[in-house]
Design a protein around this ligand. Structure first.
Ligand code: C2E
Ligand code: MG
Ligand code: MG
Ligand code: MG
Length: 264
């Protein structure tokens, strides 16, 4: 009886796995088609100067527009990464973003780049070519990288190449991972983006809120001491914006100043 039950359990597990990989295959070929059918769409979210509250640039956030609804990058970027499609998607996003700089639709833009894209040996050469071909000043482009990328020693030369090219880099989602800021401040990067979880934690007059505020002040102070600009993500309330500004954070980004919206 026991053996039979175990066997039955295994069969059902197998069915479940088959179904999952079937669904993954379906979604993957749909994502391939999305590129061909132009179903991907750039959304952009403004970044504001913390003191003047004026827009200084935009972050590109890609969306997949399907007949059934809009698919979040949190869903399809991991799929693209695990299937190798991220290279094509990343280049498409980059071209669209640089085109928007060329036409003057955007003045300055931040593009998210995954570690797998950086791994392409011709990543910087391709980027240089895209900028040159469109005659766009590299200073108008920022790349947002996560600490997963920045902590891979083999990417350090890539960071130096980007710096030499004039394209600046930001550490995205800082505080979300496990590394200390000390491990990152000496890298050739120019900006630290403070993770939304920190922003969400401040602004409340509770022990937790006050502690979160102290941590944010510490991050901003350390980053600034190393010559890095700071931007806080996920700013949703005026209280958070004021506290971050007073903490010395240079830029703010979040629903308070604008939700991601389609780049027409
Ligand atoms: P991220 O780069 O950290 O982007 C910030 C995310 O927070 C975005 O989610 C944005 O819509 C959301 N957000 C902005 N302000 C607020 C706020 O005030 N409150 C809240 N609750 N959320 C806010 P989104 O657009 O779903 O993107 C998720 C992630 O997908 C991005 O995180 C980024 O890692 C990745 N991603 C998006 N576009 C691309 C892309 O073109 N290439 C790559 N490689 N990754 C991308
Ligand atoms: Mg980002
Ligand atoms: Mg984040
Ligand atoms: Mg982020």
């Amino acid at each position: 009886f026991r053996v039979k039950r175990a066997g039955g359990g295994h069969a059902s597990f197998q069915r479940h796995e088959d179904q999952r990989s079937y669904l993954r295959g379906e979604r993957l070929s749909a994502l391939h088609q999305a590129l061909e059918r132009n179903e991907l769409q750039l959304y952009v979210q403004p970044k504001v100067d913390a003191e003047r509250r004026t827009v200084v640039g935009h972050e590109v956030l890609v969306r997949w527009i399907r007949p059934s609804g809009i698919v979040s990058p949190l869903e399809f970027i991991p799929l693209a990464e695990s299937s190798g499609l991220i290279g094509l998607i990343g280049r498409w996003v980059l071209r669209q973003a640089v085109d928007a700089l060329k036409t003057g639709q955007l003045q300055e833009v931040c593009v998210n780049v995954s570690a797998l894209e950086l791994r392409e040996s011709d990543f910087v050469a391709h980027l240089r070519w895209v900028l040159e071909e469109r005659g766009v000043d590299p200073q108008r482009l920022w790349l947002e990288l996560t600490e997963r990328s920045l902590l891979e020693p083999r990417f350090i030369p890539v960071l130096h190449e980007l710096k030499a090219l004039g394209v600046r880099t930001a550490l995205d989602d800082f505080g979300n991972g496990y590394s200390s800021l000390m491990a990152l401040v000496n890298l050739p990067i120019q900006m630290v983006k403070i993770d939304r979880s920190f922003t969400a934690g401040i602004g409340e007059d509770t022990p937790d809120g006050l502690r979160a505020l102290k941590v944010v002040r510490g991050i901003v102070a350390l980053a600034t001491a190393y010559g890095l600009l700071t931007v806080a993500e996920g700013v949703e309330t005026p209280v958070q914006a004021d506290l971050l500004m007073k903490a010395g954070c240079a830029y703010l980004q979040g629903y308070l100043f604008g939700r991601p919206a389609p780049l027409s």
